[in-house]
Design a binder for this molecule. Structure first.
Ligand code: NDP
Ligand SMILES: O=C(O)C1=N[C@H](C(=O)O)C[C@H](O)C1
Length: 246
């Protein structure tokens, strides 16, 4: 039996790659492509919808899918824990419907976040540098934000104090954004796709954890795993690691 899939944001960079991936999978059938201004209607009878749009649109798209009893795999960045929490009771009220929100579908990026979370408690200093293509509209990236949240929580749990930093003068924000106490820096550079480094430092040593997506196909095994698994996870799940059993 095939799973029917609709893609929202289908003309975009990720949406079009996801359409190709669904069409290339023998167990999946692409039943709908939706973009800005399209009525989602019954989503072409889809079992699962994939959303790669912008946050402002994604929130409404997800709610419409849930209302229709369609599972959703969300890749759009900007879904904070608080937003996911707001959605939780609405999704749970629909019984079996599953919503999977993944800041990053690349397997290596999921591992990078996991490794950074594990390393966090051992280091005094930590900084996140995310590097992306210059057409990206949001900064810092969803992946960098999630990474910093995981690191911040691990440091807090272990009782690690604030990162040492003597800066008292930074009128132009050269030290970057601060997410959960972790400095986060965003680079936008022609030629890049999606990359991130987590730098962890102690007296006399540094650990660098780096992941590179050189092509958007890198996200597709994770997207397809999400499509296949989301129905087995009723409610709201944040992070592909839960689907991968990490
Ligand atoms: N989780 C992950 O692994 C990854 C997540 N992303 C995230 O996915 C999102 C999309 O990225 P990307 O594909 O590069 O961006 P694009 O701008 O290429 O694609 C976004 C698409 O969504 C469409 N869109 C905008 N508003 C709506 C709406 N209301 N309903 C339906 N479609 C709409 C846009 O149409 P139009 O151009 O006409 O406005 C466009 O076709 C971003 O948030 C990005 O950060 C990206 C890569 C990996
Ligand atoms: O916009 C992108 O390209 C990406 N967005 C996601 C993010 O914000 O983390 C995932 C990946 O970094 C690519």
């Amino acid at each position: 039996m095939t799973t029917k899939v609709a893609v929202i944001g289908a003309a975009g960079r990720m949406g079009s790659t996801a359409c190709d991936a669904v069409e290339g999978a023998a167990d999946l059938e692409l039943v709908g492509r939706y973009d800005d201004g399209d009525d989602l209607g019954d989503l072409g009878g889809a079992d699962v919808a994939i959303d790669f749009t912008v946050l402002a649109a994604s929130e409404g798209n997800v709610r419409q899918c849930v209302e229709r009893g369609v599972h959703v795999v969300v890749g759009t960045s900007g879904w904070t824990d608080a937003k996911a929490e707001e959605l939780r009771s609405e999704v749970e009220a629909k019984g079996d419907v599953g919503v999977l929100i993944a800041p990053n579908f690349a397997i290596g990026a999921v591992l990078m976040m996991k490794f950074a979370e594990q390393a966090a408690r051992f280091y005094e200093s930590v900084e996140v540098i995310e590097l992306h293509h210059p057409r990206k509209v949001d900064a810092p990236s969803g992946t960098a934000t999630r990474t910093a949240e995981l690191i911040g929580a691990a440091r807090q749990e272990a009782g690690v104090g604030p990162v040492p930093d003597a800066t008292t003068k930074d009128p132009d924000g050269a030290r970057g954004a601060t997410v959960e106490g972790v400095p986060v820096h965003a680079v936008r550079l022609r030629g890049l796709v999606a990359h991130q480094e987590v730098l962890l430092g102690n007296e006399g040593e540094m650990l660098t954890i780096r992941h590179d997506s050189f092509d958007r196909v890198s996200f597709m095994p994770g997207v397809l795993a999400g499509v296949r698994e989301v129905g087995k996870h009723p409610g709201v799940t944040v992070g592909l690691e839960h689907v991968l059993g990490l």
